[in-house]
Design a protein around this ligand. Structure first.
Ligand SMILES: Cc1cc2nc3c(=O)[nH]c(=O)nc-3n(C[C@H](O)[C@H](O)[C@H](O)COP(=O)(O)O)c2cc1C
Ligand code: SF4
Length: 423
């Protein structure tokens, strides 16, 4: 497939979140000159109006689930503090192919902090934890400096007065585990334990960190908040391509000429992302498939090039936007090998609490390695197919579902390759 007009040699585009006015690192003076702090001033006046604006904007959770943000916000707002209320800002970002949050944290830390503080006011949270992947040294450094600047400014007093108690902001490096990004696992880590996911219910909105009502949102989700508050829900919705609203940071990688993070209207087509912004395939070969949402989702093929990359459009095709990571592969790339690599990642990342996940991911990985090295049998393939029907929803968290979705989708589109790889 030929590349369409490539817009620029830049690997990153920007509309709102990555606008040059906001890509200034930890520089509070410049951030305020460019309008920083306006959303907070509005939230202080009317926190309930902020929740309504987020609802009307149809902001979705951008950490993978696409869950409507306002629902979780309202649920936590309805709870009484016990004695605290928490907001955890999820910057664990560890999924292969996803590298958007680190850019926001590193280059626009004040935008993320303002979004979090506005959210905290809207739900009545007095403790905000910025929970960041410990390997993202530059993100952590920018956040550390930005939080220092915040503490010596007039803004904490403004927020604390509106809350009626001191607002505490904490920067917490995570454990370095992929599973630590799962919402209840992050809460375990905040409490000082290994990040094992918890069973639900109770849900974090009722009983999260230290048993207190807790909201957890992804970095990108919260970075959108100041803009919605300042410009309004209608402005935000119009940025997207319906049914998508707002913009999305797509992490594009793999066999593309210009990999990078692209901020585009939510609902941009896969074709535009790869062939306009990504410049087409680096190898010049035809497109074979795209791992959408990183490996813990499904595969799209050339037949899906005109699909809109938003939560609802992908769901109707049995796929998932996930974190918006698109990993491109071209003809000639072996699907079996690639899936085997990703399943090894899941087996390695399983926390081991649920037998089905611990044994299931290890078995899938072992069988796939056997097939990939030409030693697999028809019985091995049948076992894998069985696992795809037995394992979904058998664990405490979604890691197991991600591992199964990937294999299931690879079977759906490329079953022949698995058969041909058998001994
Ligand atoms: C294994 C696993 C890893 C996850 N890692 C992350 C992560 O690194 N960052 C993130 O925001 N959400 C991650 N999530 C999703 C979170 O559980 C949760 O849905 C999200 O933080 C909620 O924020 P949102 O509503 O703004 O998307 C992960 C989920 C699972 C199952
Ligand atoms: S499903 Fe897997 S990763 Fe999730 S809690 Fe169970 S064992 Fe751990």
């Amino acid at each position: 497939m030929e590349s369409l007009n490539h817009k620029s040699a830049l690997a990153e585009t920007h509309l709102v979140l990555l606008h040059p006015d906001r890509r200034i690192g930890a520089d509070m003076a410049r951030w305020r000159q460019s309008g920083g702090g306006k959303a907070l001033a509005r939230a202080v006046q009317d926190p309930a109006a902020v929740r309504e604006e987020i609802r009307l904007a149809e902001l979705r959770g951008l950490g993978g689930s696409g869950f409507p943000a306002w629902r979780k916000w309202d649920a936590v707002a309805a709870e009484l503090p016990k004695p605290d209320k928490y907001l955890v800002v999820n910057g664990n970002e560890d999924e292969p192919g996803t590298f958007k949050d680190r850019l926001l944290l590193e280059e626009t830390p004040h935008q993320v902090i303002e979004g979090a503080v506005v959210a905290a006011l809207a739900i009545g949270a007095n403790r905000v934890v910025f929970y960041i992947n410990p390997d993202l040294a530059r993100s952590l450094a920018a956040m550390r400096t930005a939080l220092e600047q915040w503490r010596t400014s007039d803004l904490p007093a403004l927020a604390s007065t509106a809350l009626g108690k001191p607002l505490q902001l904490e920067l917490l490096p995570g454990s370095g585990h992929y599973i630590g990004g799962e919402e209840t696992a992050s809460m375990e880590w905040v409490e000082g334990r290994f990040p094992f996911p918890r069973g639900k219910p109770p849900y974090p909105a009722q009983s999260g960190v230290h048993g207190c009502p807790t909201l957890i949102n992804n970095v990108e989700t919260l970075a959108n908040v100041p803009h919605i508050v300042v410009h309004g829900a209608a402005w935000f919705r119009a940025l997207g391509k319906a049914p998508g609203t707002g913009t999305k940071l797509y992490s594009l990688s793999g066999d593309v000429l210009h990999p990078g993070v692209f901020e585009l209207p939510m609902g941009t087509s896969l074709r535009e992302l790869i062939f306009v912004h990504g410049g087409g395939l680096l190898s010049g070969k035809p497109l074979k498939a795209v791992f959408t949402g990183g490996p813990s989702s499904t595969l799209l093929t050339p037949a899906d090039l005109d699909v809109a990359l938003d939560f609802d459009s992908l769901r109707t095709r049995g796929s998932n936007l996930g974190t918006g990571a698109m990993i491109v592969i071209s003809e000639g790339t072996g699907i079996v090998k690639r899936v085997a690599e990703y399943e090894r990642f899941f087996a390695h990342s399983s926390c081991g609490q649920c037998n089905s996940c611990k044994v299931g991911t290890a078995t899938m990985s072992r069988l796939l390695d056997r097939i990939d090295t030409g030693c697999g049998t028809a019985a091995d393939l049948a076992s894998l197919e069985n696992l795809c029907t037995m394992l979904p929803n058998s664990g405490r968290c979604h890691l197991i579902n991600g591992a199964v979705q990937l294999l299931d989708s690879a079977f759906h589109h490329f079953h022949d390759e698995f058969r041909q790889a058998l001994r």
